[in-house]
Design a protein around this ligand. Structure first.
Ligand code: PHE
Length: 357
């Protein structure tokens, strides 16, 4: 029995894995194992012999069983240690961001514009993209027969057969938000309204859906000089470069009087769009003093209040600032384009942090 004990304890201590341990268990205490066979011999012994051999065999069996269990646990511990050593990981290392998505230049520029005007005290207002004929045109001093209606290349919604009211439209500009904001807040008011607008037009600088940001400031004595300062200040902050050259050009809009458009000097040489050089001018915004009839439509007394309004083409600004030559690519959802021109999602534009970094 001592030989058996020594033999198995040594083998168990040397076992390399669970399979080897299982083999040893079968050899020692399995049904036909050496120790089990010895136990069967007890029956043929005299009672005296049995009294000595029985407890000894049982003790041996128990000892082997616990040696097997102990070795099994030791092997499991060693395996765990090994895994911990191999799979060790320095959690203090900086993460490596996987850039799966990016911010579209239009969103980026909208954020930049919002940050600049917020700094000048303008709050953000919104309005619907499907707009009534009245808000999109009449309230802005564009009556039904006015030629400006044709210039807007409007998309019309359809009415139920027999319904003779004028159809709703996809808003052709963000100017209807002027009316909605005045109705909602009254005067004084200082808002911008960024959003989508729609016109039937398509070439290198036009798409049927594009983006504008409307601006409106109404007070007791707001003048054209304030308008000019605000727009110049905006251009300086937005383009973040000294060379940008802008020009104010006398213009006409039914909803402002007087009116001015702002162009920016640029060049299209060699198929790339560059800012502050060349002999081309790109129109980026329309503006003027709010027409008294528009104030009235917004529920504001033109005898008491006056102000300015402007409408900026967001997509045009994005093209100019980031040198993107074709507007149509903005809305094709080509991942390669988005990866190239997109912005990291966590860099939120602020005036103090640098708008575009
Ligand atoms: N709504 C005009 C446009 O779409 C822009 C504009 C807005 C002009 C406000 C003057 C004042 O082109």
């Amino acid at each position: 029995m001592d030989d058996l004990k020594e033999k198995y304890l040594a083998k168990i201590a040397d076992a390399e894995d669970e399979a080897a341990l299982e083999d040893l268990r079968v050899q020692a205490i399995g049904k036909k194992g050496e120790i089990s066979l010895k136990m069967r011999e007890l029956g043929r012994m005299s009672p005296e012999e049995r009294q000595v051999a029985g407890p000894k065999l049982n003790a041996l069996k128990n000892e082997i069983t616990s040696a097997l269990a102990a070795r099994k646990a030791a092997l499991a511990d060693a395996a765990l240690e090994e895994r911990l050593r191999n799979e060790w990981l320095d959690v203090t290392l900086p993460g490596r961001p996987r850039r799966q998505g990016s911010i579209h230049p239009v969103s980026q520029v909208t954020e930049e514009i919002t940050a600049i005007f917020a700094d000048m005290g303008f709050a953000v207002a919104e309005g619907p993209q499907i707009e009534s004929d009245w808000y999109n045109f009449d309230a802005l001093n564009i009556p039904p027969e006015h030629p400006a209606r044709q210039e807007h290349d409007t998309f019309f919604m359809s009415r139920a057969p027999g319904d003779t009211r004028p159809p709703h439209v996809l808003r052709t500009h963000t100017s209807p938000v002027q009316i909605r904001a005045m109705q909602a807040q009254g005067a004084p008011i200082r808002i911008i309204a960024p959003g989508r607008v729609y016109r039937m037009d398509m070439d290198q600088t036009h798409t049927p859906m594009f983006h504008q940001v409307e601006g409106l400031a109404v007070g007791r004595d707001i003048s054209m000089a304030n308008l000019k300062w605000v727009l110049e200040e905006f251009c300086r902050a937005f383009f973040e470069v000294d060379e940008v050259e802008i020009r104010f050009r006398a213009s006409h809009f039914p909803f402002t009087e007087p009116s001015a458009e702002v162009d920016i000097r640029c060049s299209w040489d060699g198929g790339s769009l560059k800012l502050g050089e060349g002999d081309d001018w790109m129109e980026i915004l329309g503006s003027g003093m709010v027409h008294p009839k528009v104030l009235e439509a917004g529920g504001i007394d033109p005898q008491q209040w006056q102000g300015f309004a402007f409408g900026i083409g967001i997509d045009r600004l994005a093209m100019l600032k980031y040198g993107i030559p074709d507007l149509r690519a903005f809305f094709e959802s080509d991942l390669r384009w988005l990866r190239h021109y997109g912005f990291p999602a966590l860099d939120i534009p602020t005036l103090h942090g640098g708008l575009s970094r």
